[in-house]
Design a protein around this ligand. Structure first.
Ligand SMILES: [Zn+2]
Ligand SMILES: [Zn+2]
Length: 139
């Protein structure tokens, strides 16, 4: 498979390769992503599960309940703490890459904002992007 992008954690122990373009990408303003990343929002890229390959002994998964009531698995590096991927029980065929961990984050072309109900007041939304108060909805 041809490589589209690669990335990894801050210390470099965990690495991943994406073998296709993302299905879509956007910015998530939910409280869980704010906590998880320590930032105001998370740039997320959604890939088919079999298009992302992860390597590194320090990769660990933390599970919690998303607002759907279903499990969210967040992967991070046990050594440096970087959060690099999330997987959702509600969408089991997808892997979500946390965009800041890409080797070249300028590849990200965010198309939408989600969970703007918990957007911070000092963040201005781009008028060129769709926004959803909750999760992404197809129109
Ligand atoms: Zn690391
Ligand atoms: Zn989120």
């Amino acid at each position: 498979m041809d490589k589209y992008a690669s990335g990894g954690c801050l210390c470099g122990d965990v690495r991943y390769i994406c073998f296709s373009k993302p299905i879509m990408s956007g910015l998530c303003h939910c409280r869980d992503c704010q906590k998880n990343t320590g930032s105001a929002h998370a740039p997320i890229l959604i890939f088919a599960k079999d298009k992302v390959e992860v390597s590194g002994d320090s990769a660990k998964t933390f599970e919690h309940e998303g607002d759907s009531g279903k499990t969210v698995k967040r992967s991070f590096c046990m050594n440096c703490g970087s959060s690099f991927m999330a997987e959702y029980e509600v969408t089991p065929n997808f892997r979500v890459i946390m965009g800041g961990t890409l080797d070249d984050p300028s590849l990200i072309k965010p198309e939408w904002n989600i969970y703007t109900s918990s957007k911070q007041p000092w963040i201005e939304l781009s008028p060129h992007m769709k926004s959803f108060e909750g999760g992404f909805k197809k129109e």
